[in-house]
Write a protein that binds this ligand. Structure first.
Ligand SMILES: C[S@@+](CC[C@H](N)C(=O)[O-])C[C@H]1O[C@@H](n2cnc3c(N)ncnc32)[C@H](O)[C@@H]1O
Length: 413
């Protein structure tokens, strides 16, 4: 019953005569100032007069919208095409300027033109002007001096927390995580919009101190995951780097079980590491980076050939160095760089070690930024850099360290 009454009421005003069909109309009950079609047309005529358009425009059938308490008066050109509307506040009889079609738009439509909306300019991705850079020092500090949005990809593996007593810069786990958070925060700032942060990381084994204690495994990747999300990254992928069988036996895990075979003693020998992929938060689609790249030739030249890794299981032999206890293989860095950057992009490793990321970046025609805190590893980079950077060595930006002077060979005649 109520529904029907409402239906009938909402039809009120559809008559062009301006008469009200029911005895006590909705207008009376709601105390509208504009009570009928005639009143709405009258207000609209005054409005059009003020715009100097009263002779060019005719009215369609005004309607009341009793949800919002407004009258809508359709405006038509002489040929009968709708060109806009006047919206009137039914209570006050004032024109609702924001909702009423603007003079400029009406004129354009009357002349058969489409009033152009100002198109919002979609910016193109930025091209960084950073040179190949090697910096000796704490990454947190060096990153704070790096320009915002000047890096196109971060690939790194963080320092181990207490992995080996001789290789432990961080004693308290919370302190370690806080330091990593600060560096991840800075990386987010220097990363270009929507670009990737790829991290090679794995749980850490804390060996038991005595026979009465058990060893512990700390799930470092999961703590890092939380930090990435809190610092403005979106999770993209979990790639598993699989090392050939035998690679994890050095940890001693599973040896006891192998001998005794008691349930509960089972421990899997770790032969994998994570390669976790995050993206700096953005509303831009990946497609935007490709379509709007200012140098389309570089996009074409960066296309990946057949034989790429199709699944998230990557079988790669680990690398070893007498100079550094925890390097990753150039092959791993090369895959990540190929899949997550274009040629000429700038790839950052904030924990550079002996510079594996720089080496892979140069092989693939990318630029690099390497920061490393340990002087021994900086020296190691300097010792080998000429062999992988060749003549480009003269253009390197050295921070806190003396540049490497290229050895030039002079042939005497
Ligand atoms: C896992 S290693 C990286 C090795 C590297 N991926 C390679 O292949 O040579 C981590 C490195 O981070 C460095 N490091 C630790 N804390 C640092 C900091 N605050 N700033 C810069 N480097 C740091 C360590 O000295 C170590 O060389």
């Amino acid at each position: 019953m109520l529904k029907e009454q409402r239906k009938a009421e909402s039809k009120i005003g559809l008559s062009d005569s301006g008469t009200v069909r029911t005895k006590q109309s909705i207008y009376d009950r709601r105390k509208y100032r504009v009570k009928d079609v005639g009143g709405a047309k009258q207000i609209s005529t005054s409005y059009l007069k003020a715009l100097d358009l009263e002779n060019a425009i005719e009215f369609g059938l005004p309607e009341v919208d009793d949800r919002y308490h407004i009258w809508r008066v359709p405006l038509k050109g002489k040929d009968g095409h709708k060109v806009g509307e006047v919206v009137i506040d039914a209570y006050t009889s004032l024109i609702k300027q924001k909702k009423t079609t603007k003079k400029k738009v009406l004129e354009a439509r009357l002349l058969g033109r489409i009033a152009k909306k100002k198109k919002k300019e979609v910016p193109a991705p930025k091209i960084s002007n950073l040179r190949n850079t090697i910096g000796w020092g704490d990454s947190e500090e060096l990153l704070s001096q790096t320009p915002a949005e000047s890096i196109d990809l971060v690939f790194t593996s963080p320092p181990y927390y207490n992995a080996r007593p001789e290789y432990s810069d961080y004693i308290q786990y919370d302190e370690y995580l806080l330091k990593m958070r600060k560096i991840i925060h800075q990386c987010n700032r220097v990363l270009n919009e929507g670009r990737f942060f790829v991290i090679n990381i794995s749980p850490v084994l804390i060996r038991r101190a005595s026979r009465n204690e058990s060893s512990k495994r700390i799930a470092v990747p999961f703590d890092f995951h939380r930090i990435f999300i809190e610092e403005g990254f979106e999770f993209i992928d979990d790639i598993i780097w699989v090392k050939p069988e035998g690679a994890g036996w050095a940890t001693g895990r599973g040896r006891r079980f192998a001998a005794d075979r008691n349930p509960l003693q089972y421990k899997a020998v770790p032969v994998t590491e994570y390669v976790l992929v995050y993206r700096k938060k953005t509303d831009k689609l990946i497609d935007w980076h490709i379509r709007k790249h200012p140098e389309q030739g570089l996009v074409a030249a960066s296309r990946i050939e057949d034989g790429y890794e199709v699944t998230n299981l990557w079988n790669i032999h680990p690398a070893h160095s007498k100079k550094h206890p925890a390097i990753f293989p150039v092959e791993l860095a090369a895959k990540v760089i190929q899949y997550y950057s274009f040629k000429n992009d700038v790839v950052l490793d904030p924990f550079a070690g002996i510079g594996t990321v720089g080496q892979a970046a140069i092989q693939l025609d990318r630029r690099f930024v390497l920061f490393e805190i340990n002087e021994i590893y900086i020296k190691e980079i300097k010792k080998n850099i000429e062999s992988w950077l060749h003549q480009k060595i003269e253009d390197v930006n050295w921070i806190n360290c003396e540049p490497v002077i290229p050895v030039k060979q002079y042939i005497k005649f």
